[in-house]
Structures are given as C-alpha cells and as structure tokens.
Design a protein around this ligand. Structure first.
Ligand code: SF4
Length: 453
C-alpha cells in the first residue's frame, strides 16, 4: 500500500432498511471507494460515519434513531441519509434534526450526489483518488454470488397505506443501457443470481414513454418485458439466474411468463397483492386493482407450470369487514400461492389510510393475520411436499461441516425458504458457495426443503 492510501480518510457505514436502501448504500460505498476513501470497520477507526436509515414503520424509525445516537456517541461526526431523512414529525419538523441536532447533514433516500457533497464538506476528498481500485461491479453488500439490480426509483402510485412516494418521489426509470451495463459488470464479477428490484417493476419505462435505448448496438426499449428478455439472454452467457421482484399484475405481465416458461428468467413472480376483495383494494388505491387475479394466476400457471408465486397481504386494513376477510381466505384457498407474507395493518405516519373510517381493533387484525398464516402453512406444506423425490437445481449460499444451505428457483434470498443439502459422500466432491448443483429432494416442511446431491 502506498503512503497516500494509508493516509486515506476512513468512513464508517451503517446500512439499515430494505433492499432498495441497500442498493443506495452500495452506490455510496462504490463512490466513496472510487474517490479514494476507505471504509472503517469500527466507530473509533472512522473519521466520519454515514448512517443510511429506514423510515417505513415505527420500529424501523426507532432502530434508525438509535443507530444515529450510537454513531454520535461513539464517533461524533455523523451524516444521515435514507428514507427517515425525508420524514417530518407531526409539527412539520425534520425528525432527525429534532432528535439528534448534532448530526452534520441529513439527506433523503437515493441522494448519492448530496451525500457525497456532505462527505466532501466534512471530510475533504483525498488528493489522489485510486479510481482503478473500484471493482467494475461496484461495491456490493450482498454475498458475491447474488446482487440486487435497481431499475427505477420512486413510484407513480399513491397506495393509501404507503408513504414511499412522498419520500422517494415519482417513478424515475434508469436508462436501459445503464441497467444492462450494470448487469453485465455484475455477471463479469461472478454474480450468479440477479434480483431485479424497484418499487414497481411492471411500470419500468412509463415515465420515459418506454423510450428506445441501445445495448450492444441494438435497440432496446425501456420496458419490463424487453428488459427481462435482454437480461435473460445476458445471464445465459454467464450461466446465471434473473429473478423479478415487485411486479404488479398489469396485463403486460402476461408477456414475461413465456420467458419464464422457456427458462430465460426464473419462473418466479413476486406480486404484492395485499388483498383480494375489490372494495378493500379500492380503499388501498392499489395499482391494477381491477384485474381478475385468480384467473390471471391460473393462466400464468398454465403457461409456466413451475411458476412460484410470492405475495404479501395485509389483514385488518381500515374498514375490512368479516365478509371481506372471508373473501380473502377463499381467494388464498383457490390461488394456492407458494410463498406468502402477511402483516396486520399498522398505520404509518403521514399515510392517507389513517383517516379512513372504521379502523379495525388490534386483536382482530392480529387474529386475522394468524388465520391467514395458518391457512398458508397447510398450502405451503402441500406445495413443498409435492417436490419430494424430484431433482431440482439449487444455488449454494453457504457451506459448513454439517452441510450446505442453498436456494432453488422458488426461493429468493432472505424472504423465502431454503434447501438444506447433505454433503456428498465422496470426499473429493466439495460443494462451493455460488455454485449450481442438481439435488434430489428428500423431505419438506412448510417452509424449507432437504435434499442430497
Ligand atoms: S405501489 Fe403503492 S405500496 Fe408500492 S411504493 Fe407505490 S405507493 Fe407504495
């Protein structure tokens, strides 16, 4: 190491929140590294600390405020970014400045330029940046074999329970060539699974009227279907997977299902439905709420029989009647969704749903959530049981002396189940992290699979 790099200022980084916030953190860390800053592993080794916050629910706000407090006590020089940075309290004052007035600067989410300007002000840039130290793929916080690819920022919808648009603004799609270049760099750096994320993946390109860009000298539209096909083609050259998240059930989603059936992208659709009853969906102001979701799901499964559907639901949304809840249960019995998350409705400060009449009592919301999870447990158990005896392809996430933990096409990292793989009997056959292996499923419960290679 040269003297210059030893003298490089060190920045500590605390990253909280969802995958979208994680991508923001990665971009900031990449830029810091590009400019010659180093990252510090402890507060006392850092010249300055950046805290990327989450402001979605009350527990996340508290966690973020605590993290800022800790960074101030342990280090003292703190810059805050992320969703909580854009949030005001009931009196219209910035929450962070109010609770922690010693914070040096506060920015909202997706504010790479502002964060870097704050860093330059409080910890001036090193004289001689080591630009070539930046890996082409940028600095990733996820394990090297999978990575999130954010294709747009913000959202044009105004779901009544959500404040993301007020924090992150309207939809801004990244240029399609930039997205493809980032994907290529990630594959070149060894990424074997690319997780496409945004607030609303199906809306990709709406803001730029699906403008035609260019990739590898060929025209490519800024559109979910064309992007999915192009990513699938690119991934095939590297033997990698592409998985789509946050897809709303607009009619054009039907066009990506054939790509899944043909194995060009993973047969996995993360569709956050939130409810089934049309009146509840209307009160939620959900996108594509007029779609006949049962028919859509059945048609998708006919087109791609191996399709895994993940969704999330909310119980006890304001005004949810017993009949509307029963309708949801009937929907779930029929839809037989593979992977399901369910939350009891929790009001978020600033959301318009807070003003809706007939708020549902806490114990009713919770009891309904429990009923959904109980129903889902049985469905999930049956769907996973049907895989026992089959051979499936998995991606190895970790290996230790007792075996390997892997995921199949049906399992997104961190939110779905896993496949526990028994180590091979032959000592020369070692399983490696980031490697694809064909395994035979030997057992299942309601969440995970067990298999041998
Ligand atoms: S689609 Fe709805 S829930 Fe999702 S970010 Fe937009 S407003 Fe929020």
């Amino acid at each position: 190491m040269s003297q210059d790099s030893q003298a490089a200022p060190k920045v500590g980084f605390v990253s909280l929140g969802c995958p979208k916030a994680l991508v923001d953190s990665e971009q900031i860390l990449t830029q810091l590294r590009a400019e010659g800053y180093e990252t510090a592993k402890s507060y006392d080794g850092a010249d300055l600390v950046i805290v990327n916050t989450c402001g979605f629910i009350d527990a996340a706000v508290q966690e973020s405020l605590d993290a800022i407090g800790e960074a101030l006590t342990e280090n003292g020089k703190v810059i805050v970014t992320g969703c909580l940075g854009a949030k005001k309290d009931a009196d219209g004052k910035d929450i962070i400045q109010n609770v922690h007035p010693k914070v040096l600067e506060v920015t909202g989410p997706h504010a790479l330029g502002e964060v870097m300007a704050a860093v330059h002000k409080h910890l001036p840039k090193p004289h001689d940046p080591f630009l070539d130290l930046v890996p082409a793929a940028g600095v990733k916080l996820t394990p090297k074999h999978f990575a999130y690819l954010k294709i747009s920022e913000g959202c044009n919808h105004r779901c009544s329970f959500c404040i993301i648009p007020s924090m992150r603004g309207d939809l801004v799609s990244r240029p399609v060539a930039e997205v493809m270049l980032e994907a290529e760099n990630l594959f070149k750096a060894g990424v074997k699974e690319l997780l496409v994320i945004s607030q609303d993946t199906s809306a990709y390109g709406v803001d730029v009227k699906f403008r035609t860009g260019f990739w590898n000298g060929k025209p490519l539209r800024t559109h979910m279907t064309q992007l999915s096909a192009a990513l699938g083609e690119l991934a095939a050259q590297y033997g990698a997977w592409v998985r789509l998240h946050y897809v709303y059930p607009y009619p054009h989603v039907d066009d990506v299902i054939p790509l899944m059936a043909e194995g060009r992208i993973l047969p996995y659709l993360d569709v956050p439905l939130q409810h089934a009853h049309p009146d509840v969906l209307k009160r939620m102001k959900r996108p594509a709420s007029g779609e006949k979701n049962i028919e859509r799901i059945q048609a998708w499964r006919r087109m791609a029989p191996d399709l895994t559907i993940r969704s999330t639901f909310i119980t006890g949304f304001p005004g949810e009647t017993e009949a509307e809840f029963e309708y949801l249960l009937d929907f779930l019995r029929e839809a037989r969704i593979d992977r399901l998350g369910c939350f009891a409705y929790s009001p978020v400060e600033g959301a318009t749903a807070n003003d809706l009449p007939d708020q549902v009592p806490e114990e009713v919301k919770e009891d309904r959530r429990r009923q959904v999870m109980e129903l889902q447990e049985g469905i999930s158990r049956q769907r996973l049981q049907a895989k026992v005896g089959k051979t499936i392809k998995v991606l190895i996430d970790s290996v230790d002396a007792s075996g390997a933990t892997a995921r199949s096409a049906a399992d997104a990292p961190e939110i779905d189940g896993v496949v526990y793989v028994k180590l091979p009997y032959e000592p020369h056959r070692k399983l490696k992290v980031g490697e694809f292996v064909d395994v035979r499923v030997t057992a299942a419960d309601a969440h995970d699979l067990w298999a041998e290679s």
